[in-house]
Ligand binder design. Structure first.
Ligand code: NAP
Length: 254
């Protein structure tokens, strides 16, 4: 791990789950790590474990807070080499009984939380002509599935945003990586009552993410059987897609 060459890393959603495990593993590289989330107490307990981890609590849906945070990090620690915009929320949703608040919160956190991050750091990375920005989408971003419309739509937006950003930011010397995990055991998935095939532990997920980032891959996705399945579904003509989802993936109506 020590051979990885990042000096300053900013990670959002670092107070639990995948983000927390990323901090645990990246701290061993010796990089200075700025960690953000809303829960200051959880961030502090993590920072207390490492000399090179500092807390920057915020809500990612607050664009001004994100911009001020990036300025503070760069003033305190130096230029951000790598940003991992990982903060996210999930909730079941259905357009049969649309809950406006659920749709709003999910898009403000999962999607606008990332665009707020981009607004905060692209100008300084562009001026320097270098930097690496990544964000955590989901394999759910490849398909709309009943019960997960709000969440999957936010992640689909991130997939699309990454495709645009890669070519827009390459001339500025900025690399883009989209991270699309399958199921990972975290507080987010602990509440799920449905089967989660190929469920990974967070330390395994974090290792795969760091390996992909170090290789500057455009897309880091796992586990492969689930990746192939969602990408196969994406390619299906809609009559087949809807048949597979209705007969294989939808909870049975009672
Ligand atoms: N677990 C999975 O199976 C899975 C699969 C695919 C993708 N993902 C994605 O992976 C990312 C991390 O999820 P996780 O599974 O590790 O879930 P988690 O344990 O619930 O962690 C979510 C993190 O996001 C932070 N967060 C939520 N809302 C925020 C806000 N408004 N402002 C700042 N921070 C906020 C939370 O901290 P605070 O509550 O303290 O703010 C927490 O640190 C998410 O983007 C999620 O969608 C997870």
């Amino acid at each position: 791990m020590k051979s990885l060459k990042w000096n300053v890393i900013w990670i959002t959603g670092a107070s639990s789950g995948i983000g927390r495990e990323l901090v645990n593993q990246l701290a061993a590289t010796g990089a200075n790590i700025a960690i953000s989330a809303r829960s200051q107490d959880k961030l502090q307990s993590l920072a207390d474990e490492f000399a090179n981890v500092r807390t920057y609590p915020l809500d990612v849906s607050d664009a001004n807070a994100m911009a001020e945070c990036a300025t503070h990090i760069e003033a305190n620690l130096g230029p951000i080499d790598l940003a991992i915009f990982n903060a996210g929320v999930s909730a079941a949703s259905t357009t049969a009984k649309p809950a406006a608040e659920t749709f709003r919160t999910i898009i403000e956190t999962n999607y606008l939380g990332v665009t707020n991050g981009l607004s905060a750091i692209v100008p300084s990375m562009s001026n320097r002509g270098s930097g690496h920005i990544s964000w955590v989408g989901s394999l759910g971003g490849y398909n709309g599935l009943p019960g997960a419309g709000a969440y999957n739509a936010s992640k689909a937006a991130l997939v699309s945003l990454a495709e645009a950003s890669k070519l827009e930011l390459a001339p500025k010397g900025i690399d883009i990586t989209i991270i699309n995990p399958g199921f990972v055991r975290t507080p987010m998935t602990d509440k799920n009552k449905f089967p989660m095939p190929f469920l990974l532990e967070p330390d395994t997920a974090a290792r795969k993410i760091i390996t992909g980032l170090a290789a500057k891959k455009y897309e880091v996705n796992f586990p492969k059987p689930l990746v192939w399945f969602v990408k196969f579904l994406r390619l299906m003509p809609y009559p087949f897609f809807f048949w597979i989802v209705k007969n294989g993936l939808m909870p049975k109506q009672k």
